[in-house]
Design a protein around this ligand. Structure first.
Ligand code: HAM
Length: 422
């Protein structure tokens, strides 16, 4: 017995309404990004491993455990992108685009992480990604967050989400805070979860967002990052919060929000939801002023961005997206079938979605026409060809009208209004 082929664990095929939602979300994000001055960039799905390894943090889960790494036939060590940001920074540097700042860049597509699959967590998933390069002021952080709110509002899912924000401060603030956490958590080393014992050595900030109950209890009295901000960091974060307040954007301060990738500084944020179980982050990102120089550029370039998980956005969106309804041509007899080729060509060039139905008798053809949810059926045989008047039947109220062949496109266009495809 042959084994039925199946998709790789953690991947999925998209079809039907799910595919339509993805297409819709990408097109909406693309339009929105254009409204805010973003240009679209497409970077390769695989890159040299170095692009992600150091920049995301060798100690991060993504680099440590989740990257799809492989050697190609030429012996190069490559990896499938686990996110967009580092690849986009690589592109800016290798294309010499750092002379043209500021730049706002939008991307979308698949990303890959070898995580344990569960609801809302895939190994191949898709992101909408937005980055702003070259603006050091908090205005960029505020604009980006307000664009995220705009996206969620347009999708009518804003009320299902909560915006959580934090600041990791600048490099010095972060270093000092890290030391304070090491000192604090070392006192509880034996009580920490196995994962957090490792984090204590490698990335103590991540203990703060551990899901382990005992880790959470220990974290309650951990030093607060707010006590380690430099004056500049504090001012920056105050201005971000002030901007959000001016725009009427609600947020929750979450001092334990540290993010899983190492390149962040200053503002970090996540839009979370209670509707999707434990995989609750929908859109997430923050500022990363040191990543460009970390990647080898001689310039320090301020940057801020976020990515949204398409699978999670789609799960929250959950609406049925219907396809535009077609017009059907129902030719009767060989002469009409030949003429149908010419007429269908002509109507499609006018942007009218059209199906030609040739199988079966008239009854069967009409049945097929209603089963594909057609708006109008145009029925014609030798008599209509001779008189040049065709019968156009509305499939909603079954009213028939006689329309001159040469006026068919004009007639349908007036009826279809904005149902045209292009
Ligand atoms: P991230 O938090 O790793 O950030 O991912 C962003 C979003 O991708 C998450 O909020 C979630 O919606 C989605 N996501 C992450 N992992 C999975 C998964 N296994 N399955 C399904 N969805 C997932 C980044 O990737 C940063 N590059 C964002 C960024 C852009 N920061 C600055 N610019």
């Amino acid at each position: 017995m042959s084994i039925k082929p199946h998709a790789v664990r953690g991947t999925q095929d998209l079809f039907g309404n799910e595919q339509r939602i993805f297409t819709f979300l990408i097109s909406l994000a693309r339009q929105l990004s254009s409204l805010y001055g973003f240009q679209e960039i497409t970077t390769p799905i695989f890159e040299f491993i170095e692009v992600f390894k150091r920049t995301l943090g060798e100690e991060s889960d993504v680099v440590g455990k989740e990257m799809y790494v492989f050697n190609d036939r030429g012996g190069e060590t490559l990896c499938l992108r686990p996110e967009f940001t580092a690849g986009i920074v690589r592109a800016l540097i290798s294309r010499g685009m750092l002379d043209k700042l500021p730049l706002k860049l939008f991307s979308s597509g698949p990303v890959f992480r070898y995580e344990r699959p569960q609801k809302g967590r895939k190994r191949q998933f898709h992101q909408l990604n937005f980055e702003i390069f070259g603006i050091k002021d908090p205005i960029a952080d505020i604009e980006l967050i307000s664009m995220a709110v705009h996206l969620l509002t347009k999708l009518e899912i804003k009320n299902k989400t909560l915006l959580e924000i934090n600041s990791l401060g600048d490099k010095d603030s972060r270093l000092q805070y890290r030391q304070a956490l090491v000192d604090y958590f070392s006192n509880y080393k034996e009580d920490l979860s196995e994962d957090s014992k490792i984090r204590l050595e490698k990335n103590p900030l991540r203990i703060l967002d551990s899901k382990d109950e005992n880790d959470k209890k220990i974290s309650l009295n951990a030093p607060l990052i707010t006590n380690y901000y430099s004056d500049i960091s504090k001012k920056f974060f105050d201005e971000v919060q002030e901007g959000l307040t001016i725009l009427g954007i609600d947020y929750k301060l979450n001092l334990n929000l540290v993010r899983g990738l190492d390149y962040y500084c200053h503002t970090v944020f996540e839009f979370t939801t209670e509707d999707l179980g434990s995989q609750n982050a929908i859109l997430a990102g923050g500022r990363y002023d040191y990543l460009v120089s970390m990647m080898g550029s001689s310039k320090d370039v301020p940057a801020v961005g976020f990515a949204g998980g398409l699978e999670r956005l789609a799960a929250l969106y959950q609406k049925e997206i219907t396809l535009p309804r077609p017009v059907t041509l129902i030719p009767i007899g060989p002469n009409a079938e030949k003429e149908a080729m010419i007429i269908s060509n002509n109507l499609r060039y006018h942007g009218i979605k059209l199906e030609v139905i040739t199988n079966g008798n008239l009854g069967k053809k009409m049945k097929k026409s209603s089963s594909i949810n057609s708006l109008y059926s145009i029925i014609f045989g030798d008599t209509e060809l001779e008189s040049e008047f065709f019968i156009v039947k509305s499939m909603d109220d079954f009213i028939e009208e006689k329309v001159l062949k040469s006026k068919l496109s004009q007639y349908l266009l007036s009826k279809l209004n904005n149902l045209l495809i292009f």
